[in-house]
Design a protein around this ligand. Structure first.
Ligand code: HXC
Length: 302
């Protein structure tokens, strides 16, 4: 049954603006990306979402497809963004099934809270691999199709969005690994904007602050501190999935045609205050100076 848009995308957008477009999304089973894909599909696109967990990718795809009669949404699982070949195969499967890739979202991410002194080289590498190498692999796998789409189309086409964060702008304890990876994503997007712009591609970043209702916020923001964190956000609330969807719709729409190489921060102004970010609400400096394993202390605190 078709769903009403009001809850997940602004009514300012007209239905049908993405008719005939196909979006390819890594991390597409996650809360933020699935919300963004849902909005794009509601507005006319077909989609291919890629995730690590097969049954989750398939069930999220079915759920998104229900948003619009006739929508086609492919859910590809068993796909780890750290594997370039896996994403090449997924992109090819998307084009075979849906005809093109007009938009890409690189949204797969992994994270946990850990003090730098307790972070192993493998832990750091794991997050850089998922976030940054995964973003690179997504861009590499989709770029040839995005270029083809842009060359064939007169409308908005050939666009890529990377999902980053605001932690790398403010600095924040306990997320050295995530912030480092996200800073790399910002740089990667800027480079693509420059190198692929002449091929008709736009490349931009959406950088969220804490978004209510996501697994990341539930696990990374200190439990029960959302209200406290909201006090440091000029707009006075956490972000919503709808805020994230509206940002993606804007960047993929005709309205976003001249926006290239930028970072669209969606955080209610929080990073300008240095507040309202992952790890906010967890006491500093105790959290980084104690030698007791952080995970054990966090468990006790919760
Ligand atoms: C310390 C940890 C750890 C923790 C994992 N490691 N969790 N170290 N504290 N809590 C270490 C392990 O000990 C190991 O190092 C290395 O990281 C790899 O761990 P694995 O479990 O083998 O890796 P993997 O199976 O690939 O999974 C890693 C993961 C996982 C993706 C981070 O924890 C996970 O599935 N998380 C849930 C999904 C998620 O993270 N969602 C949040 C997204 S929001 P050693 O040395 O022992 O081998 C988000 C916001 C970004 O990303 C904000 C940016 C700042």
């Amino acid at each position: 049954m078709a769903q009403s848009a009001a809850k997940f995308v602004s009514s300012a957008w007209q239905k049908g603006i993405f008719d005939g477009k196909v979006v390819f999304c890594t991390g597409g089973s996650g809360d933020i990306c699935s919300a963004q894909v849902r909005a794009l599909v509601y507005l006319g696109a077909n989609a291919c979402i890629v995730g690590r967990n097969k049954s989750k990718a398939e069930s999220v795809a079915r759920d998104i497809a229900a948003v619009r009669p006739g929508a086609k949404v492919l859910g590809l699982g068993d796909a780890d963004v750290r594997e370039a070949k896996v994403l090449e195969d997924a992109a090819r499967a998307c084009v075979d099934e849906l005809g093109s890739i007009d938009f890409a979202i690189a949204g797969a991410a992994g994270n946990f809270l850990a003090p730098f002194l307790q972070l192993s080289p493998n832990a750091f590498r794991t997050i850089v691999d998922i976030d940054l190498i995964g973003a690179f692999n997504t861009a590499k796998a989709t770029a040839p199709y995005l270029i083809r789409s842009s060359a064939a189309s007169k409308g908005a086409s050939g666009r890529i969005i990377f999902i980053s964060s605001t932690t790398q702008y403010t600095g924040r304890h306990l997320v050295t690994h995530g912030a480092s990876a996200k800073a790399g994503i910002d740089a990667l997007s800027a480079q693509l904007a420059i190198e692929l712009g002449p091929r008709g591609i736009t490349s931009n970043v959406i950088a969220p602050g804490p978004i209510a209702g996501t697994e990341g916020t539930r696990s990374l923001l200190d439990a029960g501190k959302a209200q406290e964190v909201s006090k440091h956000i000029p707009r006075g609330r956490l972000g919503s999935l709808k805020d994230m969807s509206n940002a993606a719709v804007y960047l993929f729409s005709d309205a976003g045609d001249f926006v290239n190489g930028t970072i669209l921060v969606v955080d209610g102004g929080a990073w300008r205050t240095g507040g309202g970010s992952i790890g906010a609400g967890i006491p500093y400096p105790e959290s980084v100076t104690s030698d007791e394993p952080f995970a054990a202390r966090l468990k006790k605190a919760r």
